[in-house]
Unconditional design. Structure first.
Length: 89
């Protein structure tokens, strides 16, 4: 499978400055969908404790406590950057 090209700083500037449909007219090698997704990621960068980045501490707490609560809501106060869906997953 061919590797997708990395986004350049110039492309990032266009993506942030324009709506995806307009940016796709300038960035013809990118799809409107990929531009929209990239724009979202630029505006909402991943932070520690996000969907992809579970910390070792969070993982250890969840593994230790998961079988004991009667409902996942009981664990939410221990994971302020998480939601019930993330804990169940």
């Amino acid at each position: 499978m061919p590797r997708k090209p990395s986004w350049t700083n110039e492309e990032d500037a266009i993506v942030l400055r324009m709506y995806p449909t307009a940016a796709a007219k300038l960035l013809t090698h990118r799809t409107r969908g990929s531009i929209a997704q990239h724009r979202f990621l630029l505006q909402h960068p991943q932070k520690e404790g996000s969907w992809k980045n579970w910390t070792a501490e969070e993982d250890a707490i969840l593994r230790r406590l998961w079988p004991t609560p009667s409902h996942v809501r009981e664990l939410l106060p221990l994971f302020p950057n998480r939601n019930a869906i993330q804990l169940r997953s």
